[in-house]
Design a protein around this ligand. Structure first.
Ligand code: MG
Length: 377
């Protein structure tokens, strides 16, 4: 029996993780949950269904008071950070955005392992997270789960490069990206995910963030991390070895595979996801990414080469820009341009501690908000 904590339990990753727990009650026991303030009834329903001893929420007592009914609650802005430090076998971090970094560090600091779906922990604070040791983190991002599995096929010194796959997002085949609406950007062809990551898929910034994530997770130079469009999202990523062999991991586009792999590691969870049906015919395509159309890829690489101050800036600026797009205060085609402008204002170098991250992010958010203001005038 494995004790698990789920952060971001009412989001897409959290809900699917709980479905896995429900299907495997003999494997997993939930000892803590946390979520923001948007889906409080669901959070407390989850707590009761899985008999969770304590839940955390950013919402204040006024909002959750009558819902709690016998469930122990930690509330306030640091609720997820406190829940992350509950002694357990593994903490699944399914929070969206760099607000997930504090909880990741708290979990690691408390001696817990982390099943990491929150890629922003690495983009915003890669050196701080990895200082705890690479063996403490099992990636949940599907591409990185694939790389993790494919890396088991050979020696680390024999790895030539990573090939990260990208669906291409909502606008893979659309040539003109002016006038794109929020609804159009939220229609992802293969994956069902939260709004922030879906829009990041449409700009391909998600892939840029994942290149940075792979760099930190596996200590891989940027020059050895490629990305390729694979519209069917079945091959989740590949590792090319020095002998010319390429090892890929395949499964349907469904996060239960990577979630189950991370929660169960080193054991595999039976029927975590549906296997590929080989009795019907399939076509899997690959094409190079048009980096002129999707400037986010080169921008992310540039930030990566500059260091973690730049990657934290890239992420914070992007979070502000995407939210502005969702709020209809910024054109879709301006998102990456705004992020590039913010990035041009920072220096090379690395973050030293969590306070550094907060300062860098605050600065990036302020600069980005100013640019967006200026554009609106
Ligand atoms: Mg991914």
């Amino acid at each position: 029996m494995r004790d698990i904590v789920i952060l971001g339990s009412t989001g897409s990753i959290g809900v699917q993780a709980l479905e896995l727990v429900a299907a495997n009650p003999e494997l997993f026991r939930v000892v803590g949950l946390s979520a923001g303030s948007q889906k409080l009834p669901l959070l407390f329903e989850q707590a009761r269904t899985f008999r969770v001893p304590v839940v955390g929420t950013t919402a204040s007592r006024d909002a959750w008071g009558s819902l709690a009914d016998g469930v122990a609650v930690i509330d306030g802005p640091l609720a997820s950070t406190e829940i992350a430090a509950i002694p357990c076998d593994i903490v699944l971090n399914g929070i969206t955005g760099s607000i997930g970094l504090g909880p990741t560090l708290a979990a690691l600091g408390a001696g817990n392992k982390v099943a990491l779906a929150n890629k922003e922990s690495l983009v915003a604070g890669g050196p701080l997270v990895m200082a705890f040791g690479a063996d403490r983190i099992i990636p949940v991002d599907s591409e990185h789960s694939a790389l993790y599995q494919a890396l088991l096929a050979g020696k680390r010194s024999e790895v030539k490069k990573f090939i990260i796959t990208a669906s291409g997002g909502a606008f893979r085949d659309r040539t003109d990206l002016t006038g794109v609406t929020v609804d159009e950007a939220l229609m992802h062809p293969t994956w069902s995910m939260g709004p922030m990551v879906t829009i990041n898929s449409a700009t391909l910034m998600n892939k840029g963030l994942e290149i940075i994530e792979a760099h930190y997770l596996f200590d891989m130079p940027y020059a050895q991390i490629d990305a390729v469009i694979h519209p069917q999202s079945v091959i989740h990523s590949m590792v090319e070895y020095i002998d010319g062999s390429t090892i890929a991991q395949l499964s349907p586009p469904n996060m239960k595979g990577p979630i189950g792999y991370a929660l169960g590691y080193p054991d595999r969870v039976k029927r975590a996801t549906t296997p590929i049906d080989w009795t019907s015919s399939h076509q899997w395509n690959f094409e190079a990414i048009d980096t002129k159309k999707f400037g986010s890829i080169d921008l992310a690489r540039e930030a990566g080469q500059m260091g973690s101050i730049a990657t934290a800036t890239l992420n914070a600026a992007n979070e502000v820009a995407v939210q502005s797009f969702i709020d209809k205060r910024l054109e879709f085609s301006e998102i990456v341009k705004v992020v590039a402008q913010s990035l041009s204002r920072v220096d090379k170098g690395d973050l030293r501690d969590f306070a550094d991250v907060s300062a860098v992010e605050q600065n990036a958010r302020m600069i980005t908000a100013e640019y967006i203001e200026e554009l609106a005038q």
